[in-house]
Write a protein that binds this ligand. Structure first.
Ligand SMILES: *Cc1c(COP(=O)(O)O)cnc(C)c1O
Length: 396
């Protein structure tokens, strides 16, 4: 079995060759410290400045100084949320609004803040995995200082009405942050148009290198320092610049934006073909709204099976998939995202996530369609849970 299909692009993506080419000089000849004033330093500085300008341009950010380079999405979420929470407190605002299905980088940060006296409201995301703007507005109180709502969910791929939500926040004087790690490089993200105050991104989710990401912070929002030390990142996050990472991230983002329209048209077709085909399996269901959804995301439940067993069987057939968030595998709790959209525990346990990228071909999708249904059948034959489901069905 030499056909391998990597279908876990929500976990991470392959570094593009263009990004690697952009990084190579920084890992070899251009090794100077961007803060040094001699030639080697100036060369490194040029690369860092260009990367910041390119990222800003791709996201329609007018002032490149509003882009801060960090180690990735988790760090961006932590800084945005803890920093803005601290800002709020100075104005007597200790209430934060978020949703039940955020990434753990957001949810665990909020749990930490709760322990330190903040009040947190987590909005429902309903069966379709979408926040209702009117429910967001109703949750805003006198003491609300910050809202953090993800752009696109990493498990079920649903896309929130961020522009509408940001406008509501603005109307009420609430700082609005969005974790756009699954959106940047994947779907169009125009920060000026969205009107958000802060936005998190991560290079390895759009074919850039791991260990580099960014936070957009609107001018005028004066977050407290993230790392004290040198003057890098305008004094907010000290540490010698990761110029290779910055160059790789910028190049990967430029490339993603160039190919986006064509790639997404292809991915939507492949995604819909796969969903339609797998939905013909008895007691299969799609998780999350079909329309407001990332082009490369398929997340389905097959009642009566264990998602983890499915992953092992798929891997033996050369397919890499996920049964929820990569961060939680290893724990026995079903995904908090699937529970948030109202799935009972045993159905949530039967979920499989397949996420595709620019590398995915129609042959890959056809291969999955040929391999996955027989696995469901085989696992159900061995499943006492499935036996019970069928027995209950017969009684009706
Ligand atoms: C992957 C991911 C993160 C974490 O990003 P890292 O760069 O791996 O720290 C945060 N939020 C979402 C939605 C993600 O998909």
């Amino acid at each position: 079995m030499d056909h391998r299909v990597y279908a876990d692009n929500a976990a991470t993506t392959k570094l593009s060759s263009r990004a690697l080419d952009a990084m190579m000089p920084c890992l070899t000849d251009i090794y100077g410290n961007a803060s040094s004033i001699y030639t080697e330093g100036a060369d490194a500085r040029k690369i860092a400045d260009q990367a910041r300008a390119d990222v800003a341009q791709c996201l329609n950010v007018r002032n490149p100084n509003e882009i801060y380079f960090l180690s990735g999405g988790s760090e961006a979420d932590n800084w945005a949320i803890k920093g803005a929470a601290e800002l709020g407190l100075k104005k007597g605002k200790n209430h934060i609004i978020s949703t039940k299905f955020e990434h753990h980088a957001v949810l665990h940060t909020l749990e930490y803040l709760e322990k330190h006296g903040y009040e947190v409201t987590l909005l429902e995301v309903h069966e379709d995995g979408l926040v209702r703007p009117e429910e967001f507005e109703a949750a805003i109180k006198e003491n609300t200082g910050l809202a953090t709502i993800m752009f696109a969910n990493n498990e079920i791929g649903t896309i929130q009405p961020i522009k509408e939500l940001a406008a509501i926040a603005k109307k009420h004087g609430v700082i609005f942050h969005t974790d756009a790690v699954q959106a940047v490089g994947t779907v169009p993200v125009d920060i000026e148009d969205l009107g958000v105050d802060m936005l998190s991104m991560s290079a390895h989710k759009f074919h850039g290198p791991k260990g580099i990401g960014g936070l957009y912070v609107r001018k005028g929002i004066r977050l407290p320092n993230l790392v004290h030390g040198g003057a890098q990142e305008r004094g907010m996050r000290a540490g010698t610049e990761n110029t290779a990472g910055m160059a790789g991230m910028a190049e990967a983002l430029k490339e993603s934006c160039e190919v986006m329209q064509q790639r997404n048209a292809k991915l939507e077709k492949l995604r819909d073909k796969l969903i339609d085909s797998l939905l013909t399996i008895n007691r299969a269901r799609i998780n999350g709204d079909r329309k407001h959804r990332l082009p490369g995301n398929v997340n389905m439940c097959f009642e009566g099976i264990e998602g983890e067993s499915m992953l092992l069987c798929l891997d033996l057939k050369g397919i890499s998939a996920s049964s929820g968030s990569a961060c939680t595998s290893g724990s026995l709790d079903p995904s908090h995202v699937l529970l948030a959209i109202g799935l009972p525990h045993e159905i949530a346990h039967s979920s499989v996530r397949l996420t595709f990228s620019t590398e995915t071909t129609e042959e890959d999708i056809d291969y999955i369609i040929s391999v996955l249904p027989p696995i469901v059948e085989k696992l159900r034959e061995m499943s006492p849970l499935w036996e019970r489901i069928i027995a209950d069905e017969d009684k009706k």
